[in-house]
Design a protein. Structure first.
Length: 480
């Protein structure tokens, strides 16, 4: 099981003092950016890092399809005073999903896979508990419309059979909805997509990604799975819990490598990746996908019951000042990333950090806003001082139960005079305390920082049930 070591308070406080890690010399260059823009971006990034307690961060900016800024801020390893650099390896999490989608699209263009074919054409043994497996099409896996559960394996097996074993275990689960009708984020869906790539291409998924995606893109310091021992420039991952910074060895699972459990890359390699995407598939090592294939990834994948899906194939589709934006965020327990592209303008912004925090994504969208001539939304800290409220614990019985939410089942229960929440979709499940600031005002605290600092409240629903609110937004209702 994962272990953590408390960083001395002095080191943690560096992020909030005049000796902040963000004041460390910043390797990398942004010389191609106008001075006025650099003078807006730098303070926005460093202030965001202070707000979000981020030790180290790398920023990548492309304009006109060309890199204009690859710059790093702060520390890759606080305890060693090791600076973050554009060559520092960071575990990026779910931004990997678009890379997996690219690999699957290569198989589509090779004629080995059809997006509209059922998964069972390529995995004949594939089953779900409700017998709906024949309705799951390949495109549903990449667009989070399969109905498969989210699934989060933080610390799992690393053997060659781990991926197939996970996919076979889905025979025990029921779909959340009929395939293609709704959208719900699913790591398990990407695991199935990765197994299809592995099956039709032959050989381990990770090796196929190295040979067919990373090598032609020139991403020679991008690795799936364990980082090679000879690599020294690797971030120390951190969590921020109960007002302190903690080190943690990054857990990972071979079963969820296609979904992003263990992809390490650098700011320099992210720049190469963006360049090829904006060039519609052209890369130094040859074309990795046709222009039509790239554009297909950036279109709504299916027509759901609520209209066109907000997901393409491995990407989220939205608008920025009237222009199409394709994006994805990613996080592991100890790091995070954010990728934003505006293809029509040849603009891309990537952010890598060694802390699992939503501020990483907020930095990415903020820099996009600055490049568009807008004021960015400044990240807001979730920090609250330790509670002195004395709760009426008899009220808590109204909240206990299991809630069906967008991040999987969440179970609320009372134990030893405290209210707790368990993230059931995590493998193994992650438990956090709900610190009471009022009878219906809680803050989640967990050692992994998954929901750390987020507000949790409960609200009766019109049908007589109970809703769970995360940061004041309903995310699901209590199950009967």
């Amino acid at each position: 099981m994962m272990k953590r070591a408390l960083v001395p308070l002095l080191l943690g406080s560096l992020l909030n003092s005049g000796c902040s890690g963000t004041d460390h010399p910043s390797p990398g260059q942004c010389d191609a950016l106008p001075t006025a823009m650099k003078e807006r971006i730098d303070p926005f990034v460093t202030e965001s890092m202070r707000t979000g307690h981020i030790p180290g961060l790398s920023l990548v900016i492309l304009q006109g399809g060309q890199p204009v800024c690859i710059k790093s801020y702060g520390l890759a390893h606080v305890e060693k005073n090791q600076p973050m650099t554009p060559k520092t390896l960071v575990s990026i999490g779910s931004t990997t999903k678009a890379m997996t989608a690219l690999a699957l699209m290569q198989q589509v263009e090779a004629g080995a896979v059809e997006l509209d074919a059922p998964v069972t054409r390529y995995l004949p043994w594939f089953r779900t508990a409700d017998g709906l497996q024949e309705q799951i099409l390949v495109k549903h896996l990449l667009s989070h419309t399969s109905g498969l559960p989210n699934g989060m394996t933080w610390d799992g097996d690393h053997d060659d059979e781990a991926l197939e074993r996970l996919v076979r275990s889905l025979a025990e689960v029921k779909l959340h909805f009929p395939p293609g009708q709704q959208e719900a984020y699913s790591n398990d869906g990407l695991a199935v997509a990765g197994l299809i790539v592995q099956t039709v291409a032959g050989g381990p998924f990770e090796q196929h990604m190295a040979d067919s995606v990373f090598e032609p893109l020139g991403m020679r310091r991008t690795f799936m799975g364990a980082v090679p021992e000879q690599e020294q420039d690797v971030v120390q991952g951190y969590t921020w819990t109960r007002g302190q910074l903690h080190t943690m060895a990054p857990p990972w699972s071979r079963a969820h490598v296609p979904a992003g459990s263990a992809t390490h890359t650098t700011a320099e390699d992210v720049s190469r990746y963006f360049s090829a995407l904006l060039a519609r598939g052209e890369a130094p090592g040859g074309r990795v996908l046709s222009a039509q294939g790239i554009e297909r990834m950036w279109q709504p994948a299916v027509m759901t019951s609520n209209g066109p899906s907000a997901n393409g194939l491995g990407w989220v589709i939205s608008e920025e000042s009237g222009r199409k934006r394709v994006s994805h965020g990613g996080n592991t327990i100890t790091s995070s990333s954010s990728f934003n592209l505006i293809p029509s303008e040849g603009v891309a912004v990537g952010v890598l950090s060694n802390l699992n925090t939503p501020v990483t994504e907020q930095v990415g969208t903020g820099v996009v806003a600055l490049l568009s001539g807008k004021e960015p939304t400044k990240p807001v800290s979730n920090d609250r001082a330790p509670s002195t409220f004395v709760p009426d614990t008899t009220v808590w019985r109204n909240y206990v139960g299991t809630y069906d939410t967008a991040i999987g089942p969440l179970t609320v229960f009372v134990e030893a005079g405290h209210l707790w929440l368990t993230i059931e979709a995590a493998r193994p499940p992650v438990r956090g305390e709900l610190e009471a600031y009022g009878d219906n005002d809680f803050v989640e605290r967990d050692e992994f920082g998954l929901l750390e600092g987020m507000s949790v409240k409960f609200k009766p629903s019109p049908d007589g049930g109970m809703l769970l609110l995360l940061n004041d937004q309903p995310i699901g209702g209590r199950m009967p």
